[in-house]
Design a protein around this ligand. Structure first.
Ligand code: GDP
Length: 473
């Protein structure tokens, strides 16, 4: 995804600033200009970017900073905070409570991924113990109901909508049940097409069924379609949602602000979900949608499948964007895949700041186990932008394996040393020969090790922050 590029550009700008011997006005301006350019290229609204730049300059007054102040850190912190501010409207969205009926209405443009996202949202909560149900009030788009029905049946989530007057519950054989209840032979009475009525009926039915999360999908619409907007308002009035979620396609770019605002004017949007973040979405539109609706992004859609859905947290997200790594995501993954007995040791090694080739080897092993490379690697500080550019997961995986083969030809002493100078020319040649690679491949791997060792070295004494807040670094 292009958001990875944004992250890469921003972290490069910060890196350039870090390489400068003295941080003066020019270095700061260059860095900010670079970040501004990157944000604009990622479709973030111009006004937001300009405000951010002004705010950072206000906070980082180089003249007032006494010598000895760590200017780099202060600048980095200010950039981190401003990006977080852009994505965090300051008030959390309504969160459904288990056991208490909540009604959540989904709105968004046609094709934004709204129907898909409704099911993902239901499925996510179902896995966490909620009793969700889906109501399809999209009578505008032919096939919307069938799509919802298909997804809901797969996830065993009850649903209600046009063309079917009966609730289908968690059923093993949906087809048999459809026949049993007369779907297909359904008379006209079942063919209700008033979306407001369908929505109200569905909600009523599921309230009686004691569902605690009733999700209402509405017709997709375009900003100009006044009639559909009126319909959306009426559905909202009839169902009285606790939360209205605006679903937007991550790739709509600069249009995001106006679109989101148009929806917000009609219904009280309280949260945003950005879809298709696995594709070519520049992602900057998400920041604009937050600004337009003053509502937080709560999830990201990262694929067409039901479980390709990620909780969105501002701080870890910005950490990743800045190439600082996402500790909370990383820690979750560690807990998931690193064997229990190895976890404390790894944490200990991290906090000691010593980084040996063996640790690198072990991390590569974990990385290969962890599954979708791009996802996991972007959480690791230093691993994201350079070693593992987004969109090149296959090549990255091959590279990691290549590095590991070379490390297999090393001695224990070499693997456990924190000083790669130990390896003289003849050793490097032996390692290359032993692994069937070129000397330059070994050199490249050692360079990578040095780069990572430098980053990991900064973690010495570090207490891994809770919630992935990297601003503490
Ligand atoms: P709606 O018109 O807003 O209800 O949109 P749909 O839910 O029908 O989705 C439109 C298309 O986008 C479908 O082909 C979905 O499979 C696809 N889609 C939805 N969410 C995602 C996502 O997060 N990633 C990708 N790659 N495709 C998605």
């Amino acid at each position: 995804m292009v958001l990875g590029q944004l992250g890469g550009s921003i972290s490069r700008a910060l890196q350039q600033m870090s390489n400068a011997t003295i941080i003066d006005e020019k270095v700061l301006n260059d860095c900010l200009n670079e970040i501004t350019r990157a944000l604009l290229q990622a479709d973030v609204q111009f006004k937001l970017v300009r405000d951010m730049q002004t705010n950072i300059k206000k906070i980082v007054n180089l003249d007032d900073l006494a010598a000895g102040h760590n200017k780099r850190r202060i600048i980095q912190q200010a950039i981190f905070n401003e990006l977080c501010k852009m994505l965090d409207p300051g008030k959390p969205s309504f969160t459904p409570k288990k056991g208490k009926t909540s009604i959540v209405m989904f709105v968004g443009l046609q094709g934004s991924g709204k129907t898909t996202t409704c099911t993902k949202y239901a499925y996510y909560h179902q896995k966490k113990g909620w009793k969700p149900a889906l109501v399809c009030a999209d009578t505008f788009r032919a096939g919307a109901f069938d799509q919802l029905k298909q997804n809901a049946t797969k996830a065993k989530i009850p649903f209600y909508g046009r063309g079917i007057g009966k609730l289908l519950g968690a059923c093993k054989n949906a087809r048999a049940l459809l026949l049993e209840i007369g779907y297909g032979n359904a008379g006209k009475s079942y063919m209700e097409s008033d979306p407001v009525k369908i929505a109200a009926e569905g909600v009523e039915r599921f309230k009686k069924e004691n569902c605690d999360l009733i999700i209402v999908d509405t017709s997709g619409r375009h900003k100009q379609e006044a009639a559909l907007f009126e319909e959306m308002r009426q559905v909202s009035e009839a169902t009285k949602p606790d939360l209205v979620i605006f679903v937007m396609d991550g790739s709509i770019g600069q249009a995001a602000f106006d679109q989101a605002q148009a929806f917000k004017k009609i219904v009280s949007v309280g949260a945003v979900i950005v879809t298709k973040m696995d594709g070519h979405a520049k992602g900057g539109g998400a920041l604009s949608a937050v600004a337009a609706t003053k509502s937080p992004v709560i999830f990201l859609g990262t694929g067409e499948h039901m479980d390709e859905f990620e909780v969105f947290d501002v701080k870890p997200f910005v950490s990743r964007l800045l190439g600082m790594g996402d500790w909370s995501g990383f820690m979750d993954k560690i807990h998931e895949v690193v064997p229990m007995d190895q976890q404390p040791e790894l944490m200990q090694k991290l906090s000691e700041g010593h980084f040996t080739l063996r640790i690198m080897y072990e991390q590569f092993q974990n990385i290969l186990k962890m599954g979708p490379m791009g996802q996991v690697l972007s959480m690791l500080p230093g691993f994201s932008a350079e070693l593992m550019p987004k969109g090149h997961e296959k090549e990255s995986q091959a590279k990691v394996k290549r590095y590991m083969t070379m490390m297999d030809s090393m001695t224990n002493e070499e693997l456990d040393s924190t000083n790669p100078k130990l390896m003289n020319e003849s050793r490097i040649m032996r390692i290359a020969r032993g692994s069937g690679r070129q000397v330059r491949d070994v050199m490249e791997m050692l360079e990578e090790y040095k780069r990572l060792a430098k980053i990991w070295g900064k973690m010495k004494g570090l207490k891994i922050p809770k919630g992935g807040d990297m601003s503490a670094l």
